[in-house]
Design a protein around this ligand. Structure first.
Ligand SMILES: [Zn+2]
Length: 380
């Protein structure tokens, strides 16, 4: 086949493929549904001659897929493409509030933006290479996990194993405002704080009581005061509860806390400080559980270089690629410590996790070409 006869990457074919994936609803908690989605992805990849290994789900989650390009040395360090096939939307959204539909440049559907669109772009790029009879310098592995939306508890070991033997990691999470890709992400820590005091009748024996709510209130001010916008450290006491009725001095109170950290150094100090919280009232006790959930990563020299390569490819395609640091987490948080990682390489759109989730149809071909360009240029 000569170069002239290779079909171009084409919007209608890509959108059809995404539609087929979107129309298989796959909420994280419904393993049978996620496995139906895995069946489809497996079949689509098998159809282009890729090797697909199915990794059985654990702890009630669906299966993961590890796809390998039909070419390349299986043992060599390669390009790891990372995607997830689960969504946050319950089965029924498609028939209800969020049917697949195209209105002008906008295509709607559950998970179309986060991230079935992006996951499919990687398949479209590999399919293009297969049709063109081309091989990339680095082998490509595409890992699609079943439970990213709940923090990848069972796939993390697979993600880290594959990242360890990767030269580069490309994550197909959705693009940010203006098609930006992600070159830094904050890490996330979660804590539960339980304060225990002493109950007492608020009228007859007030002086015997030790209010857990009063103690918690003082702790909350200290916790919130740890926030430092200068370094990018933020703490949010997001949920509080405690007490039983107005005329009882409360003997228990709870807080759930979300901490965001820009890098491992800040994380270490902030977490140590949090775990060292002590009660003001010596008759109260604090019980703190939790810790780092996903580590943060910054745009170091390797990621900066990778971004410049992506920007040059985008310029050739005809768009100006920008990058952004985000406070949100993804599986890229796990890989960045092991291999240079670019994230947010999926489709452009908006409304992740909402009933107006959408992608921009005009972003499909340029974004597929960006992935294709990276596949071809990396390892040069
Ligand atoms: Zn996602």
């Amino acid at each position: 086949m000569t170069e002239r006869n290779i079909p171009e990457l084409e919007t209608a074919e890509i959108l059809d493929g995404i539609r087929a994936w979107v129309e298989i609803e796959s909420p994280t908690q419904d393993a049978a549904a996620v496995n139906r989605m895995a069946d489809k992805v497996q079949a689509d990849y098998a159809a282009i001659g890729a090797r697909v290994e199915r990794i059985a789900g654990q702890d009630g989650f669906g299966d993961h897929l590890l796809v390998t390009s039909p070419w390349g040395d299986l043992e060599a360090p390669g390009i790891l493409v990372l995607s997830h096939i689960d969504t946050v939307h319950d089965v029924g959204m498609l028939a209800g509030r969020l049917p697949f539909r195209v209105e002008g440049d906008v295509a709607y559907g559950p998970g179309i933006y986060d991230m079935k669109g992006g996951a499919f772009l990687a398949l479209a790029a590999m399919r293009h290479l297969v049709r063109a009879g081309k091989a990339t310098r680095l082998p490509i592995r595409h890992l699609l996990v079943s439970e990213e939306e709940v923090g990848s508890p069972t796939s993390r070991e697979h993600i880290e194993r594959e990242a360890r033997r990767a030269a580069v990691v490309l994550v197909t999470e959705p693009a940010r405002e203006g098609g930006r890709i992600v070159t830094a992400r904050k890490g996330t820590a979660r804590f539960d704080l339980v304060v225990r005091g002493q109950a007492a009748h608020s009228g007859a024996r007030h002086q015997d009581g030790r209010s857990a709510i009063k103690e918690l209130a003082r702790q909350i001010l200290d916790i919130e005061a740890m926030t430092d916008y200068g370094t990018g450290l933020t703490l949010n006491v997001g949920v509080i509860s405690g007490g039983s009725r107005a005329n009882v001095v409360p003997d228990e109170a709870h807080a759930a806390v979300d901490m965001r950290v820009p890098n491992p150094e800040v994380a270490e100090t902030a977490i140590a400080r949090f775990l060292a919280l002590r009660p003001y009232d010596p008759d109260c006790t604090l019980e703190i559980t939790g810790g780092l959930n996903r580590p943060g990563y910054e745009k170091g020299p390797e990621i900066a270089l990778l971004f410049e390569q992506a920007r040059a490819i985008a310029a050739e395609i005809g768009f100006d690629l920008k990058d952004v640091a985000t406070g949100g987490g993804s599986d890229g948080n796990f890989t960045a410590a092991m291999a240079p990682t670019l994230d947010g390489l999926g489709v452009d759109g908006k409304g992740a996790h909402t009933d107006h989730e959408q992608l921009y149809v005009s972003s499909l071909v340029p974004r597929a070409k960006l992935l294709l360009g990276l596949f071809e240029v990396l390892g040069k």
